[in-house]
Design a protein around this ligand. Structure first.
Ligand code: NAD
Length: 321
């Protein structure tokens, strides 16, 4: 069995590696050769923690396994990240445990890769201004990955506590792109692409704040009850997702579907666009919305890439098991 500890991940895998892995697995999902198993997520009644599993199997790459982990809100008292995860990969031919891979950085990279894939396939080619709502841990990864997809000339950001936007401003400065903290009206009026990556249980961005032709990557809603954009905005958009089953239950679309404003059958899995089976954006005035809920197969795809890289670079720890 191979172990790739968390400390090795940043030196092994790039955002580009993760983009490729996620793009491929979304395509395999749409071909129905990769599928996610039902998600388990439980409040365990200890340390206020939420704990669970995301798992699946890709018959094309033979990635089989699970990501185990969750949210420990009091970890900051111990100087540890609140989100903790580990990926376990199994040999699809024998069922033996193949690898254990640190999953914290990989979770951020695979989530950023998903919204970047949506920008590649759904944003207008002439998109110039990137808007970002949310300035927490994930936001920096989201921004870096998005900047690879279009030659953005300006970034506008909004966060509930504006002082946290400095971390996004620092990324913009690295790339010599102007950054401006704005209110939501200006963000919607200026941005061609908007990433939402907040942790909210009420809509932040309203339908009347968004221009025709905008692409939205809604990435923060990954739990029942969470919401980042008004349901009228979801209803007005062409909605794409990683997996429809999750989109209608734990994703941004859950509220519009619940109100009868959107039918599950209208939601397009982004893999269909990647495979050329759906045209994606069909007009310059259409609003496209990617509901990125986060699936286990993304975790398996990026962890498999890490294992291959760790073996190639000789940093995989091998143990008898
Ligand atoms: P974080 O705790 O580091 O940051 C949370 C952000 O949300 C901050 O910018 C905070 O100001 C903002 N926020 C909190 N409450 C808010 C409210 N009521 N209204 C508006 N903004 C509010 O979290 P993070 O690790 O950056 O994750 C952000 C979100 O992304 C979380 O909801 C997380 O569950 C989700 N997430 C999704 C995926 C996926 O695959 N889709 C993966 C990882 C995380």
């Amino acid at each position: 069995m191979i172990i790739v500890p968390e400390r090795e991940i940043s030196g092994l895998v790039s955002a580009t590696d993760c983009f490729t892995a996620v793009e491929q697995v979304f395509a395999a999902m749409a071909r129905k050769s990769a599928y996610n198993f039902p998600v388990i997520r439980e409040a365990i009644g200890h340390a206020d923690a939420l704990y669970g599993f995301k798992s699946g199997f890709d018959r094309e790459s033979l990635a089989l396994g699970l990501k185990s982990g969750g949210f420990w809100p009091r970890n900051f008292e111990k100087a540890l990240p609140n989100h903790q995860s580990t990926v376990f990969l199994f040999d699809a031919d024998t069922g033996r445990c193949r690898a254990m891979v640190g999953g914290n950085l990989l979770t951020a990279l695979r989530t950023a890769a998903a919204s970047a894939v949506s920008i590649k396939y759904l944003a207008r080619q002439d998109a110039k201004v990137l808007g970002i709502i949310g300035a927490g841990h994930q936001s920096v990864f989201q921004l870096r990955a998005a900047l690879e997809q279009r030659p953005f000339e300006k970034i506008v950001g909004w966060n509930r506590h504006p002082q946290a936007l400095s971390r996004l401003e620092a990324v913009a400065a690295e790339r010599n792109i102007p950054f401006e903290a704005v209110n939501l009206d200006r963000l919607g009026a200026e941005a061609d692409v908007i990433i939402t990556i907040a942790s909210s249980f009420a809509p932040i961005l309203m339908a009347n704040q968004v221009r025709p032709g905008t692409h939205l990557a809604c990435m923060g809603t990954d739990t029942r009850g969470k919401q980042e954009v008004e349901t009228d905005l979801v209803a007005a958009a062409t909605v794409f997702t990683d997996e429809t089953k999750q989109s209608v239950t734990i994703g941004e679309a859950q509220h519009a579907v619940g109100k009868g404003l959107l039918a599950a059958a209208e939601i397009v899995e982004i893999g269909a666009v990647i495979n050329g089976d759906h045209p994606g954006r069909i007009s310059a005035t259409e609003i496209t919305l990617f509901d990125g809920t986060g699936v286990g197969l993304q975790d398996l795809a990026v962890a498999s890439a890490v294992v291959d890289l760790a073996l190639a670079k000789g940093v995989a720890i091998k143990v008898d098991f």
